[in-house]
Ligand binder design. Structure first.
Ligand SMILES: *Cc1c(COP(=O)(O)O)cnc(C)c1O
Length: 385
């Protein structure tokens, strides 16, 4: 369908093609090498950190950051209930224990008051991984002093938040380290990739070493630790360099779409946009919640948009609801469950054509003018029950 609109497809142009072809024709299409170093330097300058270590995925970046920050067996790591599973998995990779902390109802990032209660309660937390959900920064102005007071390490999962900022600090540039993902659906893609960002040169060196099999700089393949093969390929780094040049433009396009949403919902008090109109957000995706008293449910809007070729997603299932983590200790208020039950993620991709965007908002207006009556509401109240 020509008017179809996907959630956040890759936004690839001739510039990316030319960079990739040049890297393929160069004498160094292998992992590492000058193209990766250029990407790291350019990204470090963009984010405003001393060091960036480019790796094969955001998950690998999380794993390495936790290892390099010295987090391992015996540590308890606070993670927010709303995130992608990789945040929690990385805690398991290093042999630490995740503790799932509920989120702030307004933006879905870790609830800092609740985190304070958890830290006061001496539940053994030694580190926290705040997540900049959907490209909106966690509440760092309150979280960082709290973590400092309790001597808790902060590693930021900014996988979704490249280009975002809060109170003058760039996403990924707070705490001991921040990580980004360059997966295909993220705001900048290398088709698959990630990075660690940090001002701590030792931590960066440690990540670089572990990503390269902890191989010593000698010819005879000697290793002084158990490392990983987490390096980024030079071809993908070239793709990332082209994407980085276009990032301000891609963010501007997403912001335009976000503003259309805010406009469309301005006189609809039953709809809340997670993170509100945060001027520092990168507008990766637009997530909304629909008041249960509205008389219609997010799922009905999803059905109406799907029929019109517009992709939406339900909210990410909270971590304490995941079969994989049923044993994890929690601190819950019900906020993540309420967001999950009433939420919907709307498309915000920078590659969408003007026609596709007009089509989306025409369909949205049509639905909001007369939402279909909610026949299924009673039988679908499973999550609240
Ligand atoms: C995408 C994502 C990751 C993982 O990134 P990959 O590159 O897919 O490994 C981690 N955390 C969050 C919050 C993400 O959205």
């Amino acid at each position: 369908m020509t008017n179809s609109m996907l959630l956040s497809p890759p936004d690839i142009t001739d510039l990316e093609e030319s960079y990739v072809i040049r890297a393929l024709r160069s004498s160094w299409p292998a992992p590492g090498g000058p193209e990766v170093e250029r990407f790291e330097r350019e990204l470090a300058a963009f984010v405003g950190v001393a060091e960036v270590v480019a790796v094969s995925s955001g998950t690998a970046a999380l794993h390495l950051s936790l290892l390099a920050a010295g987090i391992g067996p015996g540590d308890v790591v606070a993670v927010p209930a709303l995130t992608f599973a990789a945040t929690v998995n990385a805690v398991h990779y290093v042999g630490a224990q995740p503790l799932i902390v509920d989120v702030a109802p307004g933006d879905g990032t870790i609830d800092v008051d609740l985190l304070g209660d958890v830290l006061d309660a001496n539940r053994g937390v030694t580190a926290v991984i705040p997540v900049d959900l959907f490209g909106h920064c966690a509440d760092y102005p309150r979280l960082l002093p709290l973590a400092r007071r309790h001597g808790v390490a902060v590693v930021c999962d900014a996988a979704e938040a490249l280009g975002a900022s809060l109170a003058g600090r760039a996403a990924g540039a707070v705490g001991r380290a921040g990580i980004f993902s360059f997966n295909g659906n993220k705001i900048l893609t290398t088709s698959g990739g990630g990075a660690v960002a940090t001002d701590d040169r030792d931590l960066a060196a440690q990540c670089r070493r572990l990503a390269n099999q902890a191989r010593l700089p000698v010819a005879h393949f000697e290793h002084d630790a158990v490392g990983y093969n987490y390096r980024l390929s030079a071809v993908l780094a070239a793709l990332g360099r082209a994407q980085l040049q276009r990032l301000p433009g891609m963010m501007k396009r997403r912001r335009t779409i976000r503003e259309r949403y805010l406009d469309a919902f301005a006189d609809r008090p039953e709809i809340a946009v997670l993170g509100g109109d945060d001027p520092g957000g990168n507008c990766w995706l637009t997530a909304i919640t629909v008041d249960p008293a509205a008389g219609w449910r997010a799922g009905q809007l999803a059905d109406a948009l799907a029929a019109a070729g517009v992709e939406t997603r339900p909210m990410w299932r909270p971590m304490h609801r995941q079969p994989a983590y049923t044993d994890a200790p929690t601190a819950l208020t019900g906020a993540a469950d309420r967001i999950d039950a009433s939420g919907l993620v709307l498309p915000n991709g920078s590659a969408a054509t003007d026609d596709a965007v007009e089509h989306l908002f025409a369909e949205l207006r049509r639905f909001l003018a007369s939402p279909r009556p909610d026949r299924a509401a009673r039988s679908r109240s499973r999550k609240e029950g």
